[in-house]
Design a binder for this molecule. Structure first.
Ligand code: FE2
Length: 413
C-alpha cells in the first residue's frame, strides 16, 4: 500500500489530472488518473502541484532585524552595510538562532524547502556562523539549508577577513562567497575573486559571490569570475549573485560578456525585490531598474535563478519569504510577461534554483524525493498572478504545513 497518493493534480509543465504516488518518502509513480490503495489520498482538485520553492540567495543572519538600531532612510546598499556594522557587535548566538529558526518556520509555510543563505564572516568571533550551522542541523529534516561564507566587509579590505573566511569553511560552511565591488579598488576586487576561486578549487567547494552589485557600468567582476571559473575548472559550481551593473553596461561589451559567462558555466542570480529598490538610488530621472539582464542571459543558455536576498533587515523593510512574490517582481522588472517568460520566472524560483544549489532528487518524477507544494492555483501563471495560497507543503512524503482554500476558483489560464 502507498503512503500517500495525490490525485487530479496539475503540474508546472501543464500536465493535468496527474496522480503522484509516494512510498517511503520517495515518488514511486507519476501518471494520469492512477488510483491505488494508500494510507492517505489527497484530491488536488486540479490545483497546481509544484516541486518546493528554493530561495537561492538569502541572508538568514540579518533577517528580521528591521529597524535595529535604525532604519535605512537612504535605501542604499551602503547605508544598509553601515547599519549592519552598527548592529553586529550587539548580537549573540542565541539571537541569530532565534531569528533563523523563526524565519525557517515562515519559509516552510510558504513552501520554501531549500535556502542558500550567505553568512557574514567579517566578525572574528564568527557568532553568526556558529548559529547558522546549528540552525542548519536543526532544520535538516525540513529544509536544505546551504551556507555561503560571505565576507561582508571585504575579504581583503577588512582586517582578518581572509582568515575569518577560511575558519568559517573549516567549521563546515558549504560555499565560498565574496563581495569584490566592496573591496577598496577594482583591482583589489579582481584579486579577491581570483583568491576566493582558488580557495574553492583547493577545497572542492562551490562559489557564490555577490558580484557587481552597483549601477557602475564599468564594474567588471563578473568577467573575472567567469574567467577564473574556466581557468580553475570550476564550471557548473560557480555563481555570480546580483550582477546589477550589467543593467547599466555598454551593449557592445555585454555582447562579449554574456557568451563568456555561458561558456564558463557560471550561473547568475538576480534578486528582483531588492535589486529594484536598492539600485538606481543615485539617479534622478530616468531611474535605472537595476536588475541584471535576465532574458538575455537565459537566451544565451546561462542558468538564471531568483533569490529573495533580504526579509525585514537593513537592506529591505518588507518581504515574507514568498518566492512567488519574487517571481512576480522579477517578471515585471524584466518585462517577461509572455507565457514563456512567466514560466521562466517560475522556474527561476524552483528548478533553476535547485540546479544552482545542486540539490539531489528534486522534481516531480519517479525516483525523486516526495517533496512538493499544493498551490491554490490552476497553473503557473495563475500561481504567480495571485501569489497562491500554499494548501499543503510536503517534505519526503510528510505534510509540514497546510491551510484551507480561501479564494474562489478562477478560469485564468
Ligand atoms: Fe545578498
Amino acid at each position: 500500500m502507498l503512503d500517500l497518493l495525490v490525485t487530479n493534480a496539475t503540474l508546472p509543465d501543464g500536465r493535468t489530472g496527474m496522480s503522484v504516488a509516494v512510498q517511503s518518502g520517495k515518488i514511486v509513480d507519476v501518471t494520469p488518473g492512477l488510483s491505488a490503495p494508500a494510507a492517505e489520498t489527497v484530491d488536488a482538485s486540479g490545483h497546481l502541484l509544484t516541486p518546493p520553492f528554493c530561495d537561492v540567495h538569502f541572508h538568514m543572519d540579518t533577517t528580521l532585524t528591521y529597524g535595529q538600531p535604525r532604519v535605512n532612510e537612504s535605501g542604499t546598499l551602503l547605508e544598509g552595510i553601515q547599519i549592519w556594522a552598527e548592529l553586529k557587535p550587539t548580537l549573540t548566538v542565541d539571537d541569530y538562532m532565534e531569528r533563523g529558526m523563526k524565519y525557517c518556520d515562515m519559509a516552510i509555510a510558504k513552501g520554501v524547502l531549500a535556502i542558500r543563505s550567505h553568512v557574514d564572516t567579517s566578525d572574528a568571533r564568527l557568532l553568526a556562523v556558529q548559529a547558522l550551522l546549528e540552525v542548519k542541523k536543526r532544520v535538516a529534516p525540513y529544509i536544505d539549508l546551504q551556507l555561503v561564507a560571505f565576507p561582508q566587509d571585504g575579504v581583503l579590505r577588512s582586517p582578518g577577513g581572509l582568515d575569518n573566511l577560511k575558519r568559517a569553511l573549516d567549521m563546515g560552511v558549504d560555499v565560498v562567497g565574496g563581495i569584490p565591488h566592496f573591496e577598496r579598488t577594482m583591482s583589489e576586487g579582481a584579486a579577491s575573486v581570483k583568491l576566493l576561486c582558488e580557495i574553492a578549487a583547493e577545497r572542492a567547494k562551490m562559489v557564490d559571490m555577490h558580484c557587481d552589485e552597483s549601477d557602475d557600468p564599468m564594474s567588471r567582476h563578473i568577467e573575472t569570475l567567469a574567467f577564473e571559473a574556466q581557468r580553475l575548472g570550476l564550471q557548473g559550481r560557480v555563481t555570480g549573485s546580483h550582477c546589477t551593473s550589467m543593467h547599466s553596461m555598454d551593449n557592445y561589451y555585454v555582447s562579449k560578456l554574456i557568451p563568456l559567462i555561458a561558456q564558463s558555466g557560471v550561473a547568475v542570480i538576480a534578486n528582483p525585490l531588492v535589486n529594484i529598490h536598492l539600485q538606481g538610488r543615485h539617479d534622478t530621472y530616468p531611474k535605472r531598474r537595476g536588475m541584471t539582464r535576465v532574458p538575455e542571459l537565459m537566451a544565451a543558455g546561462v542558468l538564471v535563478a531568483f533569490g529573495h536576498d533580504d526579509v525585514q533587515d537593513p537592506w529591505y523593510p518588507l518581504g515574507s519569504g514568498d518566492m512567488l512574490e519574487v517571481a512576480h517582481m522579477g517578471l515585471h522588472v524584466a518585462q517577461m510577461t509572455g507565457v514563456k517568460g512567466i514560466h521562466a520566472c517560475f522556474d527561476a524560483v524552483t528548478k533553476n534554483a535547485a540546479q544552482v544549489m545542486r540539490l539531489d532528487g528534486y522534481g516531480i518524477a519517479k525516483g525523486c524525493e516526495a517533496s512538493f507544494v499544493l498551490l491554490e492555483a490552476q497553473g503557473v501563471v495563475d500561481a504567480i498572478r495571485v501569489r497562491a495560497n500554499r494548501l499543503k507543503v510536503w517534505r519526503s512524503g510528510k505534510c509540514l504545513a497546510e491551510c484551507g482554500a480561501v479564494t474562489p476558483r478562477t478560469v485564468h489560464p
